[in-house]
Design a protein around this ligand. Structure first.
Ligand SMILES: NC(=O)c1ccc[n+]([C@@H]2O[C@H](COP(=O)([O-])OP(=O)(O)OC[C@H]3O[C@@H](n4cnc5c(N)ncnc54)[C@H](O)[C@@H]3O)[C@@H](O)[C@H]2O)c1
Length: 384
């Protein structure tokens, strides 16, 4: 007998759609002790919310997210709103003993992220927390994690990661994502957040030092949507930084929204004493592996289609036959499955980031900004 988990969602645009799809698909593909029931969706736009709820199968809808806290039927609240409201919403739900699954970055500022981490610690006996670092749940990334864990690349020496997008420069209007008061940062919190999470996840160590960083804003004004007026675009367009891990591995991170030709180029490579691994989201079903212990005559990159259930590739057995490839939305469905597994007392297929974990990513992001602004190296132990 499965147990129904009543889920509420806040936010009904991009992530609202991705998460609604995940909650609606997860029990079609995964056999789990818990099922997800779409209870209530909350968002600000009174003109859109009813149609959204009906389209995605949410039983109820509201423009007042605060009412979710008082609803005893709701067990899990999923936060898919802009970064500046994550803290207020997540903390209110944790105080009402709801489990919370929050979008990334954990918050727009380190202070908010710390408050969320503290609230999660306080609510720990009653409520669990999750953060939607969805790229961990691409099967190829999961396979990379398994290979690192199994020692197949040995000690990690270098990590190089970039996340490049092309947003159309000054033509892109002044969305909340370009406003510091809502987003906190630009490409940094949006894109570097993902690759810092991936690097910490795959290496299995914390970042200990930022050695130097550059933060730049090239486009300083954008058209305010629905008007002809321009407003201030006051977040970074790109941030690049160098870091090292506690175990000594070196790392480079690079995020920009101004890279023509790169639409969603989330890339990470690990070079270790025994081999290398490489993943690029634009070819997300593939993991590249170079086994450095092979004879030189045949040593080289192996292209692994990471969709084989028989091969034990993460999540593969829940989907389609080999190489019937997965896409962006499957990472969210895989994550919804792991959240339900944890709520049902089972182990997730791959480790899930909680607020404490995402707070560590936020510390790295903050340290990189301080490094860029002060033009100096920063020890992570000084950033709390
Ligand atoms: N994991 C990923 O790959 C990924 C991708 C995109 C966005 N995100 C994250 O998801 C979050 C949402 O981004 P998005 O792209 O969906 O934004 P969006 O602008 O498409 O949607 C934001 C939604 O939040 C609602 N909202 C805004 N302020 C609110 C408030 N105070 N109370 C209630 N509802 C409010 C809006 O009405 C809208 O429905 C951000 O934190 C973003 O960084 C993650």
């Amino acid at each position: 007998m499965s147990r129904a988990v009543q889920v509420a969602l806040i936010g009904q645009k991009f992530m609202g759609r991705a998460h609604s799809n995940a909650w609606s698909q997860v029990n079609h593909f995964f056999e789990l002790a818990c099922t997800a029931e779409r209870h209530t969706v909350a968002a600000r736009d009174a003109r859109e919310i009813e149609a959204f709820a009906k389209h995605w199968g949410w039983k109820k809808w509201t423009t007042d997210w605060r009412t979710l806290a008082a609803d005893d039927e709701i067990e899990l609240v999923d936060v898919g709103t802009p970064n500046d409201v994550h803290a207020e919403q997540a903390i209110a739900m944790l105080e009402a003993s709801k489990h919370v699954a929050c979008e990334k970055p954990l918050a727009g500022s380190l202070a908010d992220a710390r408050a969320m981490r503290d609230a999660a610690k306080k609510a720990k006996r009653k409520a669990k927390t999750f953060v939607w670092y969805n790229y961990r749940r691409c099967p190829a990334v999961g396979l990379a994690w398994k290979l690192v864990q199994a020692g197949r690349i040995g000690r990690v020496y270098h990590v190089r990661a970039h996340y490049l997008q092309s947003w159309g420069g000054a033509d892109t209007p002044l969305l909340w994502r370009f406003q510091k008061k809502h987003a906190g940062t630009g490409a940094h919190g949006d894109l570097n957040a993902h690759i810092v999470d991936l690097a910490r996840f795959l290496v299995g160590e914390e970042i200990a030092e930022i050695h130097g960083a550059i933060e730049r804003t090239f486009v300083k004004e954008r058209v305010i949507p629905g008007t002809k007026k321009k407003g201030k675009s006051d977040v970074d367009d790109c941030v690049l930084f160098l870091a090292s891990f506690a175990g000594g591995a070196t790392a480079s991170f690079e995020a920009t929204r101004l890279a023509h030709g790169h639409q969603n180029d989330n890339f990470i490579e690990l070079n270790g004493e025994k081999g290398s691994l490489r993943f690029s989201f634009e070819d997300m079903n593939v993991l590249w592996f170079c086994d450095g212990t092979q004879p030189l005559e045949t040593r080289g990159w192996q292209r692994i289609m990471s969709t084989s259930a028989a091969g034990g590739h993460p999540y593969a057995k829940h989907w389609w036959p080999d190489a019937h490839v997965l896409g962006y939305e499957h990472g969210f469905v895989n994550m919804a499955a792991d959240i339900l597994r944890v709520l049902g007392g089972e182990a997730p297929e791959l480790p899930l980031p909680d607020f404490e974990d995402a707070y560590q990513t936020q510390r790295v992001l903050e340290a990189a900004l301080v490094s860029a602004r002060e033009r100096t190296a920063i020890q992570l132990s000084d950033v709390r």
